[in-house]
Structure formats: C-alpha cells, structure tokens
Design a protein around this ligand. Sequence first.
Ligand code: C5P
Length: 227
Amino acid sequence: RLRGVVALDGPSGTGKSTVSKKLAAALGATYLDTGAMYRAVTLAVLRAGVDPADGAEVIRVARAAELSMGTDPLAPGVRLDGAEVEGEIRGPEVTGAVSAVSAVPEVRELLVALQRELIGRAMTEPGGMVVEGRDIGTVVVPDAGLKVYLTASAEARAARRTAQDASDGRRSDLRTTHADVQRRDALDSGRKVAPLRQADDAVELDSTDLDIDGVLEQLTKLVESRG
Ligand code: C5P
C-alpha cells in the first residue's frame, strides 16, 4: 500500500490521466487531477463572458468560483458552483483557453492552496494519493515520495489525444490536435510562474513506445522500489 504522494507530471497526451487513475485504483490510493481544477476555473471564466487574457477579471472569477474535487480514482468528477462539469471542461473551448488562465499567478496561488488542502486531508487517511499535473513535483508537493515525469513524442501524444476525443465522442483531427498539443506545451513550458519542467529528482518515463499497461507496469515497479 502506498504512503504519501506520487507526483505525476508531464505534458498533455502522454496518457497521464488514464495511468494516474489506474495506478491509484490499483494501489487503493486517492487521486487528484489538478488539470481539472485549472479547466474548471477556465470554464467559469468563459461562462462569465470574461476574456481569458484579462488577468484582473480572470482573478475575480477564480476567487468567486466554488470548486469541489472528487478524489475517488474510479469516479473523480469535478463540480463548479454545485454542478458536475466533467464533460464540459474537456471540450475545445476550455482546452483552447486553459493555458492563458493557468498562467495567471494569483490563479495558481489559489489553486495550489486548495490542492495542498486536499492532499493534506488525504494524508490523514491510509493509502496515499496519486496527484497529476504540471508542477506537482516542482511546486505543489516538492517532498513527494515518488516523482515521475511522463513524456512521449509530440506525434504519439497528438495521436492519443485524437483517439481519446473519438472515444469520448468529440470531433477532432490529427493535424489540429498536433498543433494544439504543441501550442499548449509551449505556453505551459514558457510561462513565468511554475512552468512545466521535470523536477531534478523526478524519474523520467518515456511512453512513446509503451501502451497503458506498459506504463502502469513501470510505474508499479517504481512505487515498489521506493517502498
Ligand atoms: O492535464 P490537463 O491537460 O487537463 O491540464 C490542462 C491545463 O491546465 C494545462 O495545459 C496547463 O495549462 C494547466 N495545468 C497547470 N498546472 C497543473 C495542471 C494543469 O498549469 N498542475
């Protein structure tokens, strides 16, 4: 059984969400999807008719938004102002605007505080927590027991995103997805506060040539080797 936190960071389309949930379920741990939190705030921004590039307005909306995160890996779910928004936050409007919203330092401050609260609460229960995002190992939980940085080639990531969209019933094509993946990586890696980068003490896991089960097998080995 897991004690403490497994931090899983990396760019989009690496299969991070799928493997994080499966790993947590296999370990009997709880799970936190921090990307869903940035996405939910972005949805609130769009619903309010606010320009995602208008920092001051984005902060105002973020402060007023009421987020609640499910931490069961089999039924995570995120609620915004009392209503389930799991489907809506994965759509193209939110995906297109989330990097701008997540680059606002005050938004990050707010969400990191909430993340630490949820993680702190999880640590009072047995079983540990798998936390996925971009800055978990570098900022949110710098003392995590295991940090993994999941990568894959941009081509592999675009192909996975496209397949995921198709299986979720969203329209998308490989070329647009490839461009989106690269655009979002550049924005997430280039921002001033908490940019996407591998923590010095993180283990890099390249999933380009692995399927989900292959990644899970590697992760399970890493968890076991850290005792
Ligand atoms: O993981 P996911 O693709 O759902 O994340 C959506 C966006 O949220 C990322 O592209 C990034 O801009 C932001 N994010 C972040 N920090 C995190 C998790 C997500 O900035 N810890």
